[in-house]
Design a protein around this ligand. Structure first.
Ligand SMILES: C[S@@+](CC[C@H](N)C(=O)[O-])C[C@H]1O[C@@H](n2cnc3c(N)ncnc32)[C@H](O)[C@@H]1O
Length: 458
C-alpha cells in the first residue's frame, strides 16, 4: 500500500486475503438467523416474556421497523418495501398499533424503556404527523425513562426540517443518517443520487436542533470505488465531524437481494483494494480522534459508544452496535427481531403475512431460537470478539480446546495474540474478526459444504 498507510500490501498479506476471504456470517446474532427454527412462534415468545418477575425493574429497548423507501438503492440488503403510495404507511401504522396492543400486556409495567430505535427502510418516510402519532402509541403503553436514548435512521434525501423538529420535540436525541459514498459515479451505480448539499443540510439542522449524537453510515466495497476517490470521500466525512461513523463492508449477496444484480461484478473493488480502503479509513479516522469500535464503527471520544466500549456495555445486534448490553430488546414491525435474554424472535418478513397474523390476533412471529447453554457460551465469546476484539481464555480453556487449537494458524499469521488468560485481536486481525468468530460457531463448523448464503468476510 502506498500513501500514509502503515501496511505494505505485501505478497504475504495478499496470500492471507486469498486464504481468508470466504463467505461468512456478520454475527449480528448467535446462532445466526439461518439456524433459527420456524417452530418457534407466539407461544414460545409470549411464555418467555410472561415468565419474568413482574415486580422487578428492568431496562427495555424498543425497536420499530419502518420498511418503506421511495426508491431502491441497489446495494441495500435491508428488508425494504419500495412505494410512493404514502397511504401504505397509514395502513402499516394501524397494524403496528395492533401489534403493540397484542404484545405490550405481556411486558411487566415496571419495566422502563431506556432505549428506542426506529430503523428501516426509511423511518422519515413517515410524515411529521405520523411520527408523532406513532410515538404516542409507545408512550401510552410503556414508561419511557427521561434519560432514554432515542434514535432514528434518516435518509437525507427525504428528510425535512419539520420532521427533525418534531422528532426532537418528542425527545429523539440521536440521529443516524445514510450517506454511503459522496462520489457521483459510485452513487449512480447504486441508484442513490444524494448531493453533498443534502447531507450537509440535514447534518446542520440536526446540530441546530441539539441532537446529542449524529451518526453517518458509509459503505466500502461499493462499485467503482477507487483509492483516490475514496480518500476524497474520507476527507469529506471527517470535515463534517459526525459523532459516530458506521463504516460497513459492502455485503454483496445478489442471490438474496435481486436488485444487487444491477451491480456488475466487474465494478466491485477487489478484496485487496477493500483492505486498502479500510486501512486508509482506519488511519484517517484515528488521526482525527475517532476510536475504532468493534468491526466497523468509529466514535469520537465523548460519544456514548466510546463510554459503552470502556464500560463493557456494548451490544452487537441487528442495528450494528448499541450502548446497552443488558436491556430486553423488543422489536415491532415487519421482519423485526427481538433479542430477549436466551431467545431471539423474528416477525414475518412479508408484509402480507405480518398483516394476516395480526388480523387473526396472533403475534406475528415467523421464527426464532431458544439458546442452549452451549449457544450462550459461544455467543458470549463471539460477541466479546465482535465488540471488544478480545475474549477471556479461562472461560473456554477446557470446553473449547479444539477451537483454541484451530486458532493457532491465525495466531502465527498475526491476527491475534494469546496470553495465559485471553485472546486479543491485533490491528491486522481487525479485518478478519469474522473468520476468528467462525471458529467458535458450532453451526458453521458443522456445515459439510462451504456456505453460499453469507457475504464475503473481507
Ligand atoms: C437500513 S439502512 C437505512 C438507511 C436509510 N434508509 C438511508 O438510506 O439513508 C441502514 C444502513 O445499512 C447499510 N447497508 C445496507 N445495505 C448494505 C449492504 N448490502 N452492505 C453493507 N451495508 C449495507 C447502509 O449503510 C445503510 O445506511
Amino acid at each position: 500500500m502506498t500513501g500514509p498507510g502503515n501496511y505494505v500490501m505485501s505478497t504475504e498479506l495478499l496470500k492471507l486475503i486469498q486464504k481468508y476471504d470466504v463467505q461468512g456470517p456478520r454475527y449480528t446474532s448467535y446462532p445466526t438467523v439461518p439456524h433459527w427454527s420456524s417452530t418457534f412462534g407466539q407461544s414460545e415468545f409470549k411464555t418467555t416474556l410472561e415468565s419474568f418477575d413482574r415486580n422487578t425493574i428492568r431496562p427495555l429497548s424498543l425497536y420499530t421497523h419502518i420498511p418503506f423507501c421511495e426508491e431502491k438503492c441497489y446495494y441495500c440488503a435491508c428488508n425494504v418495501i419500495i412505494t410512493r403510495h404514502k397511504e401504505q404507511a397509514d395502513l402499516y401504522l394501524g397494524y403496528l398499533k395492533k401489534e403493540l396492543d397484542l404484545v405490550s400486556p405481556s411486558v411487566p409495567k415496571t419495566y422502563s424503556v431506556t432505549q428506542i430505535h426506529w430503523g428501516g427502510g426509511t423511518p422519515t418516510y413517515l410524515s411529521a404527523k405520523q411520527i408523532e402519532m406513532l410515538f404516542q402509541e409507545y408512550e401510552k403503553r410503556f414508561s419511557i425513562s427521561a434519560t432514554a436514548e432515542i434514535s432514528i435512521e434518516v435518509d437525507p434525501r427525504v428528510t425535512t426540517f419539520e420532521q427533525l423538529k418534531t422528532l426532537r420535540t418528542l425527545g429523539f436525541n440521536r440521529i443516524s443518517m445514510g450517506v454511503q459514498d459522496f462520489d457521483p459515479k459510485v452513487q449512480l451505480s447504486i441508484n442513490r443520487n444524494q448531493t453533498e448539499e443534502q447531507t450537509i443540510q440535514v447534518h446542520t439542522w440536526c446540530q441546530e436542533l441539539g441532537f446529542t449524537s449524529i451518526n453517518m453510515d458509509f459503505v466500502y466495497g461499493l462499485p467503482f470505488q477507487t483509492r483516490e476517490g475514496f480518500e476524497k470521500n474520507l476527507k469529506m466525512i471527517v470535515a463534517l465531524e459526525p459523532d459516530r461513523i458506521a463504516f460497513y463492508n459492502y455485503a454483496h449477496v445478489p442471490w438474496q437481494v435481486p436488485y444487487q444484480k444491477f451491480i456488475p461484478e466487474h465494478s466491485l473493488p477487489t478484496a485487496e483494494l477493500k483492505l486498502e480502503l479500510f486501512q486508509l479509513a482506519l488511519e484517517i479516522f484515528k488521526d482525527r480522534g475517532y476510536l475504532p469500535i468493534g468491526l466497523d464503527h468509529f466514535a469520537k471520544m465523548d460519544d456514548g459508544l466510546v463510554k459503552a466500549f470502556e464500560h463493557k456495555t456494548l451490544r452487537r445486534n441487528f442495528m450494528g452496535y448499541t450502548t446497552q448490553k443488558n436491556t430486553l430488546l423488543l422489536a415491532f414491525g415487519v421482519s423485526s427481531i427481538s433479542d430477549v435474554e436466551t431467545i431471539y424472535a423474528q416477525n414475518f418478513r412479508k408484509l402480507s403475512d405480518y398483516y394476516k397474523a395480526l388480523d387473526e390476533k396472533r403475534w406475528p412471529v415467523m421464527r426464532g431460537c431458544v439458546l442452549s447453554l452451549d449457544d450462550q457460551l459461544r455467543r458470549e465469546i463471539i460477541m466479546n470478539l465482535m465488540c471488544y476484539l478480545e475474549a477471556s481464555i479461562p472461560e473456554m480453556e477446557k470446553k473449547f480446546s479444539t477451537e483454541l487449537k484451530q486458532l493457532e494458524p491465525m495466531v502465527s499469521e498475526g491476527f491475534l495474540t494469546r496470553s495465559p488468560d485471553r485472546l486479543q485481536v491485533t490491528e491486522l486481525g481487525r479485518m478478519f474478526v469474522r473468520n476468528i468468530c467462525m471458529v467458535f460457531d458450532a453451526y458453521f463448523q458443522r456445515q459439510q459444504e462451504p456456505s453460499k448464503r453469507y457475504s464475503r468476510t473481507v
